[in-house]
Design a protein around this ligand. Structure first.
Ligand code: IPT
Length: 991
């Protein structure tokens, strides 16, 4: 049996050993550094090995031991589970080990990483040398030349050790032993993959005598006078420190140590909209560091959060560091692409959910312009499973570990202007240790407010924060509705209502969705207490893997053999695992555009949604489409609009002239006049389409008396072929492949009666919509022809569609008539029997051969899918696509590709026009190689069977999307309750 303690520093609540150096800022310095990244030797143990084997401590013999058969090469930084050693695992709330703190199972994958480094050319004269680990999950122990250096937990936090006395000129051996599970794992239960390894850089850094061991610069700017001040605090043994601002020529000599003020006169402010950075050079005789500071002031004044004197409303996303091949290993190209996409879509804030990001992230956030809520590496969500009993957040034994984490978080990133709020962590219940963290921050950095959503009573944080509230709850916090606030008592409720309110998570972007982003946006604009929020989340966390047959796909929970996992819940991104933007991002981008356009007749009002910058950087154009085709357009001369203000200009008369009987849309766009770091000149950042002219409904059919000969009907009156295209099926359909939101039983379902609505929260006991739909058989309609008749020249077929075993269904009527060579269909349907649930859709399903062709063109909404509560990102126009590009490759197949308001559709040689008939709105269409039923059965896209069919759905209506995967259900006004519907289409004769 292994003796307790023989596996090193496991099973304590301590965060690390005493030989670690105090945390400090990450600085750009002229001190010598040496990266130890590269190829290391690696060996995996399936349990934590004994420290000493036969009296020999680990790694005593240096590299000699790294050559046996159990050793191989491994890159550092990396996660060993993504390099063929063991497997990744995903859980959301649950710990993947027993809740037995601070202990972890004996089976504890442990990776030994060893490399030699030749320091002959690097050996610095004098001073000290430190060894830095920027991230190792979860407990890392370090040896240099066989001698113990120290150990540390805090996976996404930096650790530095003084290794001066252990190094020697020439060859040196560095060994890092990483235990996947440790006491630290109890504090790292974030909703993400468990990915052990040395996943951030390892570096040697020389610390010259008299160098700048730490620098803390607060760059304040008085919003009234515009004057800037630097408060500079240094840690050094030098006797004098100089501070220079090369731009202004300012130079000041300061006494080291205590904070010293430097008045810099009038300066430009930094903001996410105008990220103006100033170089600041701080030096002693021995070391020079260069910072890029941004002057700004963050304040909480009453229930307002202000930056530079104006309210800060977050248009934010939660961002985890995740990459399909690298996991949490940093990649600057990917980050730049992500940040650019964010800026292009109006995202100007990031919550670093739920841990500090790679240090380079902050430099780029400063430069691109983002408001950052920087979150500590802390989550103990798994204690929720045991009613929070034993939660470390309130256990004094864990106090040091909590304080250690917050110090390392704040100290590393304190100099970044982008960081405007410190967040204590996520989902860790509440308790004294969190309060102690907040106290520590207040003393160390009073310049930034403190966030933590779990402080429900508002006892130690500065902002009132909620995740996934309903609209009604928001209104109750911000307006006059007398609802309890988040179920806290009256005193805490009053305290919370007096603070700035922020949604640290909302709009759960899992699969197809979320819906109702516009409803939240409406509240951001309506309530001054509400300071915006952060959509959950930026990117799907899929990990690229392959089936046994070598088919590549993005894996989620359960795809790596995990016994305990949370499936697809790790795929909640606005961009897919491979970085493909989802339609939800476009939806958001329109809401978060820097300007809004509203037109009244020929007058156009441009409203600035910015808070700091004017719109001089934006060019505005108009574009007129008649019957979907661009016919005219030009530039508009719009003077710069000041933040939050309006400018009204006259539109050219051509832009709004009536177009009798033809449909006309005027689109207004704003684009960048100059290249920026995040987009080239010409990038469209705002687009609004207005209707200039609508067309009247098509008159009802005047049947020609004969059906076109190209139409073949069977004896039941069903269309079997059109121009030689066989129509295998043409029947009503109520089913859509459930979205993640349809499948989930999260909070706030509205599938109940109105009393629930007035309480602001739905009934969580209501089963998922998809379950209700399935129970009522919506996925398995059977059909019975009830009548076939000729009424003049019209062929009428009546059909009853009901699922087996139920007494509810729909009755529909197909009215076929000829119109010259074209074939006209009017289809109408009414519910029969009792109905007590929404419908996912109501429409027609046509099963067609795939030899029609792959080229799809349509006049309707596009370019991508949209749904009743997620339709901000689309316009009416003419679009083209290949069949397979019509849908989104969501991590798990589900409803996708619905495009409402169809006018014309061409699929190879099939042409269908939609008509505005009496009581018949324009239908939506969806075209795919599989049926909704097939999609619903597949867990991954690659599991869909081979297909030689095309499935066309013409929908009279679809249900909204909602956000119930985590949050409220489809709002009542976007829900599809059983009702009478009709649609009219014309099958055209095409050569
Ligand atoms: C919330 C978490 O903070 C976040 O990490 C993520 O898990 C999200 O939910 C859902 O994807 S916690 C939830 C129980 C409200």
């Amino acid at each position: 049996m292994t003796a307790p303690g023989a596996v090193g520093p496991l099973g304590t609540t301590a965060p690390g050993s005493g030989s670690r150096l105090p945390p400090r800022a990450r600085l750009r310095s002229d001190a010598k550094t040496l990266s130890l990244d590269g190829t290391w030797r690696f060996r995996l143990h399936d349990r934590a090995p004994r420290d000493e084997v036969d009296g020999v401590p680990p790694f005593a013999a240096g590299t000699d031991r790294a050559t046996g058969p159990d050793w191989s090469d491994l890159p550092v930084p990396s996660h060993w589970v993504l390099h063929g050693h063991g497997a990744p695992a995903y859980t959301n709330i649950r710990y993947p080990f027993p809740v037995d703190p601070p202990h972890v199972p004996d089976r504890n994958p442990t990776g030994d990483h060893v490399r030699t480094v030749d320091l002959s050319d690097w050996w610095p004269a004098g001073g000290r040398t430190l060894l830095r680990l920027d991230g190792a999950e979860s407990l890392a122990r370090v040896w240099v030349n066989g001698r113990t250096v120290g150990w540390s937990t805090g996976s996404r936090l930096t650790t530095e050790y003084d290794v001066t006395g252990l190094l020697r000129p020439g060859a040196n051996t560095v060994a890092i032993r990483v235990h996947q599970w440790s006491q630290g794992s109890y504090l790292e239960d974030q909703d993400q993959w468990w990915l052990p390894g040395v996943f951030r850089s390892v570096t040697l850094e020389h610390r010259p005598d008299g160098g700048l061991d730490d620098v803390f610069v607060t760059a304040d700017r008085d919003p009234v006078t515009g004057r800037g001040t630097l408060v500079v605090e240094t840690v050094t043994t030098a006797t004098q420190v100089t501070v220079r601002l090369p731009e202004t020529g300012l130079e000041a000599r300061l006494a080291p140590g205590a904070p010293a003020r430097v008045d810099v006169g009038t300066v430009d402010a930094w903001s996410a909209e105008e990220p103006r950075l100033h170089d600041v050079v701080i030096a002693t005789d021995a070391e020079t560091v260069r910072l890029r500071v941004g002057f700004r002031r963050v304040e909480v004044v009453g229930d307002r959060l202000l930056v530079n004197g104006v309210p800060l409303v977050f248009h934010g996303v939660n961002r985890h560091e995740t990459h399909p091949d690298r996991g949490r290993v940093f990649d600057e190209d990917t980050l730049r692409t992500d940040l650019s996409l964010m800026k292009q879509h109006g995202v100007q804030a990031i919550r670093t959910a739920h841990q500090p990001p790679h240090p380079r992230f902050l430099e780029l956030a400063d430069e691109y312009g983002f408001w950052v809520v920087l979150e500590c590496d802390l989550e103990t969500h798994g204690f929720w499973e045991v009613d929070w009993s034993g939660n470390p957040s309130d256990d004094p034994a864990w106090r040091d570990a909590y304080l250690d984490r917050v110090r390392r978080t704040v100290e590393r990133d304190k100099n970044h202007p982008s960081v405007v709020v410190w967040s204590l962590g996520n989902e860790s219940g509440t308790g004294r240790n969190l309060a102690a963290m907040a106290d520590w921050i207040r003393r160390r950095d009073p310049s930034r407010p403190i966030h933590y959503e779990g402080d429900t009573e508002g006892a130690y944080t500065d902002l009132y924060s909620r995740m996934y509230p309903t609209i009604e709850e928001i209104d109750s916090v911000c307006g006059d509705l007398a609802m309890p606030v988040h179920e806290v008592g009256p005193a805490a409720g009053a305290r919370q209502r007096a603070k700035p309110f922020v949604l640290c998570e909302y709009g759960h972007a899992m699969g197809n969705g979320p819906g109702s982003l516009a409803d939240y946006q409406d509240r951001f604009e309506r309530w001054s207490r509400l300071h915006g929020g952060f959509v959950w989340e930026w990117r799907d966390h899929g990990l690229r893997t392959t089936t046994d047959d070598g088919v590549a796909y993005f894996g989620y929970g359960g795809d790596f053999g995990e016994p305990v996992h949370d499936g697809v819940f790790v795929m909640d991104g606005l961009v897919l695992s491979d970085g493909t933007p989802s339609p939800a991002l476009a939806d958001l981008g329109r809401l978060w555009a820097p300007v809004r356009f509203t037109r009244e007749g020929s007058s156009l009002t441009v409203h600035s949604q910015r808070a700091h910058a004017d719109t001089a950087d934006l060019a505005v154009v108009w574009e007129l489409r008649v019957d979907g085709r661009v016919v005219d357009g030009g530039a508009l001369d719009v003077p710069p609009v000041r933040p939050g203000r309006d400018v009204t200009v006259a539109l050219p008369s051509d832009a709004v002239a009536p177009r009798r009987g033809r449909e006309a849309h005027l689109t207004l766009r704003a684009s960048l006049r100059q290249d920026t770091v995040w987009a080239p000149r010409g990038q469209v950042v705002a687009e609004v389409q207005t209707v200039v002219e609508v067309v009247p409904p098509t008159p009802s059919a005047r049947p020609s008396g004969v059906l076109p000969s190209a139409a073949v009907f069977d004896e039941d009156g069903a269309l079997r072929s059109w121009h030689g295209i066989d129509v295998a099926v043409l029947v009503p359909e109520l089913w859509r492949a459930p979205t993640e939101n349809d499948r989930a039983s999260g909070q706030g379902s509205y599938e109940t009666t109105s009393p629930e609505l007035s309480s602001g929260r739905g009934d969580e006991s209501v089963p998922p919509s998809a379950d209700r739909w399935r129970e009522r058989g919506l996925d398995r309609l059977t059909h019975r022809v009830t009548a076939v008749a000729r009424e003049g020249g019209v062929l009428v077929q009546r059909l009853r569609s009901m699922p087996a075993g139920t007494g509810s269904g729909i009755d529909s009527e197909f009215r076929w008539s000829g119109d010259g060579d074209d074939l006209r269909l009017r289809w109408s349907a009414v519910p029969v029997g009792p109905w007590d649930c929404t419908w996912p859709r109501i429409g027609l399903h046509l099963d067609l051969p795939d030899d029609l062709g792959d080229a799809v063109e349509w006049w309707g909404t596009g370019p991508h899918e949209s749904y009743p509560d997620a339709a901000n990102g689309v316009v009416v126009g003419r679009f083209a696509s290949a069949v397979d590009a019509l849908g989104v490759r969501y991590a798990r197949p589900q409803e996708t590709g619905h495009r409402p308001d169809l006018r014309e559709l061409r699929i190879g040689r099939l042409a269908i026009d939609a008509l505005r008939g009496a009581g018949a709105d324009l239908p939506g269409f969806q075209l795919a190689r599989h049926t909704a039923q097939q999609w619903a059965r597949a867990e991954h896209p690659h599991e869909l069977p081979a297909s030689d069919r095309l499935h066309l759905y013409l929908d009279a209506a679809q249900h909204g999307l909602g956000s119930r995967a985590c949050g409220p259900d489809v709002l009542p006004r976007f829900a599809l309750w059983p009702r009478q519907v009709a649609l009219e289409v014309m099958f055209r004769a095409v050569s």
